[in-house]
Design a protein around this ligand. Structure first.
Ligand code: 4AD
Ligand code: MG
Length: 462
């Protein structure tokens, strides 16, 4: 058996080719009938031709509804008059593998709304759009590994279950093996986590960074690419509770080089997908976002604007009447401000750096001004923040001070401080939200539609 992708690569003609897949469409004319068969290997399906006079084929016609799975044996020939299709299969035998009742099957030829398709996420990969999205997701993952491997980074695995809250935002999902109906309590009435499976309180990680730092300070250049979790109750087009994050971390690296890597990385993986997924991308450029190719060209070809937080605030303050949340120095910029910078002012991606220390994570390196840290966000059109990163505070005393300011326990993070005690070096890294990258590449406007089974507040079906 060959996939349709392999079949399209064969020399013509070929006898007795076996193909298996799902029927997309079926129609009959006087002498012959046509089906489009898709097996997921490509956006394009294989055209199957049935002779209406061949009873061992025509007996099955009434069952060839959209969605039915079949095995077909036939001869592969050149398509006589079809510009879209190099070859077609002249069926000789057909076997129905799984029937599909058209009254009940929710995926019909007619285009369904994204909202409806989310409710049938187990079947939406059968639509052209979601199959293309998933093939691009696979290629983008490969592009990421390829990029870092070529640059000498080691792929490391950091824990999913952890005792540390990297972003210090308290937005973590607890992990426990305790019986929720019979929680053991301490004398002062709190849950007694010493009785839990790990003997202490644990949660799903929000980022692999802290452990990634430990590994970079041994291997030099590492990256993680894994699931991370945010128990943040944000119902927006760009927030998910479960996301995949790519996090490189480099020893002997400062903010400037970190920003350069982030820009090069985004450009490079975008280029890879354009070169390897043209057919699937074409679907998004035609049906989802007509300006997609132009946006991707912009992302790949322009030098990204670099702007300090100070300068960005000065610019945005002038436009305060347009914003829901007004900008002033110290305010954490939101998507409306980020998008205004890249879409209206610069008309290309931008890197915002030197953020105010009070709203920044504890691990970001303090600048000499005592007010800002060496943190950066890479902003792109339509999404805003795609990457968040920083040079890390590598000076023990200052890090300890920052942890006190944020009321973070030095005892709990003794190991993170050890990294500054024993052979500390300047180091930096960043995190790219994989789903947001998928939104950028496909033009899909809601994060719920760039992952097969999204987890968002209020919804964890499947
Ligand atoms: O900016 P964040 O929170 O940075 C970190 O977690 C750092 N520890 C990364 C590092 O330096 N190693 O998250 C990084 C990126 C964001 O820029 C965003 O693209 C994505 O992860 N992200 C989310 N994407 C979707 N939904 C959410 N709830 C997200 N939270 C973060
Ligand atoms: Mg961030």
């Amino acid at each position: 058996m060959k996939s349709i992708k392999e079949i399209f690569g064969l020399e013509l003609p070929q006898q007795d080719i076996t193909v298996k897949g799902w029927i997309k469409t079926f129609r009959s004319s006087k002498a012959v009938s046509f089906a489009e068969l898709n097996d997921g290997s490509l956006r394009k399906g294989l055209q199957i031709i049935f002779d209406n006079n061949d009873k061992k084929l025509s007996d099955f016609f009434e069952k060839l509804n959209t969605g039915v799975s079949v095995k077909i044996i036939g001869d592969l020939v050149e398509s006589p008059n079809n510009a879209n299709q190099k070859c077609e299969l002249q069926a000789k035998e057909i076997e129905i593998l799984g029937e599909c009742n058209p009254e009940q099957y929710p995926i019909q030829k007619k285009r369904a709304s994204d909202e409806f398709l989310r409710t049938v996420a187990h079947l939406r990969p059968r639509t052209n759009k979601y199959a293309s999205m998933l093939r691009i997701r696979a290629e983008l993952s490969f592009a990421i590994h390829n990029y870092f491997r070529n640059k000498g980074f080691f792929y490391v695995h950091t824990p999913i279950i952890t005792t540390s809250d990297c972003e210090g935002a308290g937005e973590m999902f607890s992990v426990s093996a305790l019986d929720m109906d019979k929680l053991p309590l301490t004398k002062d009435g709190k849950v007694d986590f010493s009785k839990d499976i790990f003997g202490q309180k644990t949660a799903l990680t929000v980022s692999g960074q802290l452990e990634g730092e430990a590994l970079a300070l041994a291997l030099g250049k590492i990256y993680t690419f894994g699931p991370t979790f945010r128990a943040e109750n944000s119902n927006t087009y760009r927030h998910c509770s479960e996301i995949w994050m790519v996090e490189p971390e480099m020893a002997f690296c400062e903010l400037k080089e970190d920003m350069e890597l982030a820009e090069d990385f985004v450009k490079n993986i975008t280029k890879h997908v354009i070169e390897h997924c043209s057919d699937d991308l074409d679907l998004f450029a035609k049906f989802v976002d007509k300006s997609l190719l132009e946006t991707l060209k912009n992302v790949m070809e322009n030098k990204y604007e670099h702007i300090s937080y100070d300068e960005a605030v000065k610019l945005l303050e002038k436009d305060n009447d347009k914003f829901e949340n007004k900008v002033s120095w110290g305010v954490d910029l939101g998507s409306e401000h980020e998008r205004c910078l890249v879409e209206q002012y610069f008309k290309k991606p931008a890197i915002l750096y030197n953020k105010p220390k009070d709203s920044a994570a504890f691990y970001m390196k303090l600048n000499d001004d005592g007010k800002t840290v060496k943190g950066m966000d890479l902003l792109v059109p339509r999404i805003g923040e795609l990457i968040g990163g920083s040079e890390r505070e590598n000076r023990l005393e200052i890090l300890e001070q920052r942890m006190s300011d944020f009321r973070i326990s030095k005892e709990d993070y003794y190991w993170f401080l050890d990294l500054r005690r024993f052979g500390s070096v300047p180091h930096a890294g960043f995190g790219l939200g994989f789903e947001r990258m998928m939104m950028l590449i496909t033009g899909i406007s809601n994060i719920r539609d760039v992952t097969a089974f999204p987890r968002v507040p209020g919804y964890a079906e499947f």
